[in-house]
Design a protein. Structure first.
Length: 246
């Protein structure tokens, strides 16, 4: 008799377990496929240059996907392969958001290549490429170009790399105020501001880079409060020379 009771109790436990698993499966299925929990928004944190479209493309993510079907570890791994991204984390925010937090690899300048344009970091590594010039927040290097280089490759032009080294020494605010760095000759480099009336910054030879970067930052910060129209500033001399516009 005792054995029969034990068997009955065991049968009830198994039955309850099956019911529990069935209900849990139904709840999970509802959570996965219900329209309430579908991806409608990418919350991109920490990005300056990357866009939501970049994250969707690189992460192989589609708006309207069931939120719980998105494998955050896989998305993180795919995004980590992009050279523009140094660090990344991904998490779901119920009911319809995917939060992507990134630390970007900083692009320092753009240069023309044989199929369009490429962005480079301070070490000359190409971290992005595109056919049509986009609205830039970083300077364009002119007077030189690169050929047969793609994302992940390194620029080996010594003059370009020196310019990148100079630009890397500028803070972000100053870097974003320069529209172009022109190679006139090996010993004569000129930068241009992106102000309403462009101003020349005559860097000259690529030497004393720490000093010239500091002077450039100071000059760009003072522009906002300087009442005098300036044609150019020249760093070729021991003391910077400013030529006022007529």
């Amino acid at each position: 008799m005792a054995k029969i009771k034990k068997l009955r109790r065991s049968g009830r436990r198994i039955f309850k377990g099956i019911i529990f698993l069935t209900i849990s499966g139904l709840i999970l299925a509802l959570a996965v496929y219900t329209p309430i929990f579908t991806l409608q928004e990418i919350k991109l944190v920490g990005a300056t240059y990357l866009t939501q479209e970049d994250i969707l493309k690189v992460g192989n993510i589609y708006i309207g996907e069931p939120l719980f079907k998105l494998e955050t570890d896989s998305i993180t791994n795919r995004l980590s392969q992009d050279l523009r991204i140094e660090e990344v984390s991904v998490r779901r925010i119920l009911p319809r958001t995917l939060e992507v937090t990134v630390k970007e690899r900083k692009p320092v300048a753009t240069i023309v290549c044989d199929y369009g344009y490429v962005d480079m970091d301070a070490n000359g590594k190409i971290i992005d490429s595109y056919k049509n010039l986009k609205k830039m927040q970083i300077p364009m290097i002119t007077g030189a170009s690169v050929r047969d280089l793609y994302i992940g490759d390194d620029v080996d032009d010594k003059l370009v790399k020196k310019i990148l080294s100079f630009l890397q020494k500028l803070d972000s605010e100053s870097l974003n105020k320069i529209s172009e760095v022109a190679i006139i000759s090996e010993d004569y480099i000129v930068a241009y501001t992106n102000t309403e009336k462009s101003i020349q910054i005559r860097i000259g030879k690529l030497e004393r880079l720490d000093e010239k970067a500091r002077l450039t930052e100071d000059f760009l910060k003072d522009l906002a409060t300087n009442p005098n129209p300036i044609e150019y500033i020249d760093f070729n001399y021991t003391a910077p020379f400013i030529k006022l516009a007529k």
